[in-house]
Design a protein around this ligand. Structure first.
Ligand SMILES: Nc1ncnc2c1ncn2[C@@H]1O[C@H](COP(=O)(O)OP(=O)(O)OP(=O)(O)O)[C@@H](O)[C@H]1O
Length: 268
């Protein structure tokens, strides 16, 4: 990680009907850093990611990513980022290789470059042996790795991951963590992720912002967050409860279950 700011967010704001989903937030992410946005359901995390990936225009404020403004140059932003959305982005009826091929064509990669990149991405995500199997035979963790693979085919400088391990069992979750950390260390990728899990944020992120009701309630390293509660024995769950007013697991379990089911259904 160095001191170059790859993501600069200034007063970013978005409302829907009568809800302020994101209310004037500010933060920066350094080059090569893994930064976590955490918060309860409805806190505004996904809306923030959608604005930063140019899927939603902000009502107010601005963000600059890799030097490109999301407002003035959304195409520049899109060309230099990767994005793994919350909802499934692979086709279960195709093989892993075919899914990657479709994405490499979407990115406009030339034939020779396509083959090289797909090979490299299969290696990075550890999916070489499964490349020619239909994705519907993959485990949930393998599907997530394939989605990450799709998002990094164009070698993005910044990777956005919206709840990368939702619905996965603890073993698969840790494998995904290992791959995310590998991308950050070996490819020097800047990573911005959202999660419901404090444990995940602490394991992966050098800094964490806790969002609640569209605002950033607190931001810092895990240690700084713990100290900020005034309780020297605070665990990360206590920090979450202190700033978000609820334990992360309460609503999360039900939503995780329904998301997992949705994922399984879409994979056929
Ligand atoms: N397209 C939309 N139309 C109307 N309201 C929306 C829309 N998208 C999000 N919202 C509302 O904006 C608020 C923030 O939602 P958002 O999905 O950003 O939260 P989140 O922190 O990502 O939650 P989750 O963890 O459940 O994904 C919520 O109240 C949500 O219902």
């Amino acid at each position: 990680m160095n001191e170059v700011k790859t993501v600069l967010v200034n007063n970013l704001t978005k409302g829907f009907d009568n809800i302020m989903a994101v209310s004037g937030i500010n933060f920066e992410v350094y080059c090569g850093e893994c930064f976590g946005l955490i918060g309860p359901n409805g806190a505004g995390k996904s809306t923030t990611i959608k604005m930063l990936t140019t899927l939603l225009p902000p009502d107010d404020g601005e963000a600059v990513i890799n030097g490109y403004s999301i407002v003035k140059n959304p195409a520049g932003v899109r060309g230099s980022i990767g994005y793994v959305p919350q909802l499934l982005s692979v086709d279960g009826a195709m093989t892993g290789y075919e899914n990657l091929l479709v994405f490499s064509k979407l990115y406009g990669l030339k034939r020779k470059q396509r083959e090289e990149r797909i090979k490299r991405v299969l290696d990075i995500t550890g999916l070489e042996d499964a490349a020619h199997r239909q994705v519907k035979t993959y485990s949930g963790g393998m599907v997530r790795r394939l989605e990450i693979g799709q998002a990094i085919l164009n070698y993005p400088q910044v990777l956005f991951l919206d709840e990368p391990t939702v619905g996965l069992d603890p073993v698969a979750r840790k494998t995904i963590w290992k791959h995310i950390e590998k991308l950050r260390c070996e490819q020097n990728m800047t990573i911005l992720l959202t999660t419901h899990y404090m444990e995940e944020a602490e394991a992966l992120c050098s800094r964490i912002a806790i969002m609640n009701k569209g605002k950033i309630a607190v931001m810092g390293t895990a240690r700084e967050l713990r100290e900020s509660t005034g309780n020297p024995h605070a665990g990360m769950d206590d920090v979450f409860a202190y700033y978000a007013g609820a334990l992360e697991s309460q609503e999360g379990d039900l939503r995780d279950a329904s998301r997992t089911r949705r994922t399984a259904k879409r994979l056929g």
